[in-house]
Design a protein around this ligand. Structure first.
Ligand code: 16G
Ligand code: ZN
Length: 544
């Protein structure tokens, strides 16, 4: 489309998608997100931006309409770059500018000039949406903005499924087929191959209960079931037939509340997992014979996956390094176990999936996970090649062959574009099956340090500035010294403060040898934030 044509088309269409006066949006850590009522103009404009990004990269770009684990009333959008990763940070700035522009055409023109976009280049945009009631209308607004010639509307998909489609399309099918059927076949075939290596797997071990958060993940698990050939028998609850999206269910609820979702009764010893509203997060849990609830979060998942991969690489005789990327929120016990017992490389990245993903790209094989359950595994191109070569080598012994084939199927069961609850679930289930490991045995690998997270309201969260992957505060003056001296009062203690990227607050994290100590430390640090960083409202009160 030529520039002149675009102006006319944008002018015509934008009348249908007016910007409410006085509204300011921000393309933050995970895209745009706010009450669905305010998003129509922004969706239309992000459709325009995706089209420009597509012309700019000469590749397919994805737009996913979702607000993830937020309440049903909210909605939002995530833009997906050519290899299925999150959109490049330089373009996030354009997204914010466009969403807030009063003079839309001038901002569009600036972007076109700055990026030297050839407007006659074809564009291709994949659009997907979650199950929210506002998603149909908002994804139509995106499509109105996509003046693309070959836009493809996938309709209802999980966020990671859309990331996957974009990568398949841009690798011309090398990564897989850009259809839902292609996605299910690739993942499930790999899963079935993996589980063939499990000896004496009983029917009981094939059972898994999944909390679908009343969202898109539930629909897609149901769609996938026939591909699993009964090798995994899922009982699905919170499937959206009655309950409200993310309400008292889902991965975020379970992680934050440290309790099971509503909607079912837990049987001791059985395995359960929860997805979030767009199925890019997963956490596992169970109750023991005393009825005590046990959560296996992203840290436990990363440990399980990295241990499995390290063992296989050793058996295969492949000299590839395994790394784990975590954030400051990773439980200290997990970091200690990974570094000292498993002897894998551990890196800490800033909160937000794109930071972890980026850090993980530097290694041969890297598992990245946020404690909240968002994560995946990345294999470098060279690592994949070595694994495939070995798997096809006729001159290796049986042990090496088995390990190489397991690694090859692992690559196929994983969605390397972004954290994917469905793919993570299949990989975790395969590992447990192959190792003949129960959920209790997995949980017992290390014991989490008791911890507490708190929020502090301040006048301006930018008063807190951090360094060292958010583990140390550089401002306001005296903040870090105070945290250090408070931490010194407790055993096995650690604490940090950081401004939230999604809410107007400062977050406080503390861990220590007992729950009482973790709670007391978190409280004392909150008070310090309140006093040093311009707290507003009432002073934080002790938890006990
Ligand atoms: C977003 C991020 C999530 C992060 C959270 C932190 C993505 C897709 N999502 O939801 O990874 O943990 O923000 O929120 O990147 P906070 O900055 O308010 O603590
Ligand atoms: Zn999500």
């Amino acid at each position: 489309m030529l520039y002149g044509d675009m102006v006319g088309e944008v002018e015509k269409q934008s009348i249908m998608h007016p910007k409410p006066p006085g509204l300011t949006l921000h393309y933050g850590t995970a895209g745009l997100r706010t009450n669905a009522k305010h998003l129509d103009h922004a969706m239309f404009r992000m459709g325009l931006l995706a089209t420009l990004r597509s012309k700019n990269t000469k590749a397919t770009i994805g737009v996913m309409v979702t607000a993830s684990h937020n309440p049903e009333e909210d909605n939002g959008l995530k833009l997906i770059d050519p290899m299925g990763e999150m959109m490049a940070p330089a373009w996030e700035h354009y997204a914010t500018q466009l969403a807030n522009a009063d003079d839309l055409l001038t901002v569009l023109k600036d972007i076109i000039e700055k990026e030297a976009i050839n407007m006659s280049q074809e564009a291709n945009v994949f659009v997907g949406k979650d199950t929210r009631s506002s998603s149909a209308r908002l994804s139509q607004a995106v499509l109105d903005g996509v003046s693309a010639l070959d836009g493809h509307n996938y309709g209802l998909v999980t966020t990671p499924q859309l990331h996957y489609m974009v990568r398949c399309q841009n690798t011309k099918g090398k990564y897989g087929e850009a259809t839902l059927d292609g996605y299910y076949s690739k993942l499930c075939q790999a899963f079935i191959q993996l589980t063939k290596n499990a000896s004496n797997r009983t029917d009981d071990q094939k059972l898994l209960s999944v909390d679908g958060a009343n969202g898109i993940g539930a629909l897609k698990v149901r769609e996938m079931e026939s591909h699993l050939k009964k090798e995994l028998q899922i009982s699905l609850f919170n499937d959206g037939s009655q309950g409200k999206l993310n309400y008292q269910c889902g991965a975020d609820f379970v992680k934050v509340q440290q309790k099971p979702p509503t909607g079912f009764k837990m049987n001791p010893g059985e395995r359960y997992c929860s997805f979030d509203g767009d199925a890019d997060r997963i956490v596992y849990y169970y109750t023991d014979s005393e009825g005590q609830f046990h959560l296996l979060d992203g840290d436990k998942i990363a440990t399980l996956m990295s241990t499995f991969l390290k063992e296989l690489l050793e058996q295969a005789g492949l000299n590839l390094k395994v790394a784990v990327v975590q954030t400051a929120y990773a439980n200290g016990s997990s970091t200690h176990y990974l570094e000292n017992t498993m002897k894998v490389i551990v890196r800490c990245a800033k909160t937000g999936v794109k930071h972890l993903h980026h850090a993980a790209q530097e290694f041969d094989v890297a598992v990245y996970f946020e404690s909240n359950g968002h994560g995946t595994v990345l294999f470098s191109e060279a690592a994949e090649e070595k694994i495939c070569q070995l798997a096809e080598d006729p001159n290796i012994n049986d042990e090496k062959k088995r390990a190489a084939l397991l690694l090859q199927n692992t690559i196929n069961v994983i969605n390397q574009t972004v954290g994917d609850a469905i793919s993570d679930m299949l990989f975790i289930e395969a590992i447990l099956a192959i190792k003949g490991m129960s959920v209790q045995q997995w949980d017992a690998v290390y014991a989490d340090l008791p911890n507490r997270q708190l929020k502090v309201k301040v006048a301006d969260r930018r008063a807190i500035d951090t360094t060292d992957a958010e583990r140390r505060a550089v401002s306001p003056p005296g903040m870090q010294d105070t945290v250090d001296s408070l931490v010194n009062k407790y055993k096995q203690a650690r604490s940090f403060v950081r401004p939230s990227g999604t809410e107007d607050i400062v977050r406080v994290y503390a861990e220590a040898d007992t729950q009482e100590s973790a709670d007391a430390l978190a409280h004392e640090v909150s008070l310090a934030v309140y006093r040093l960083a311009g707290g507003v409202g009432e002073e934080p009160k002790p938890l006990h």
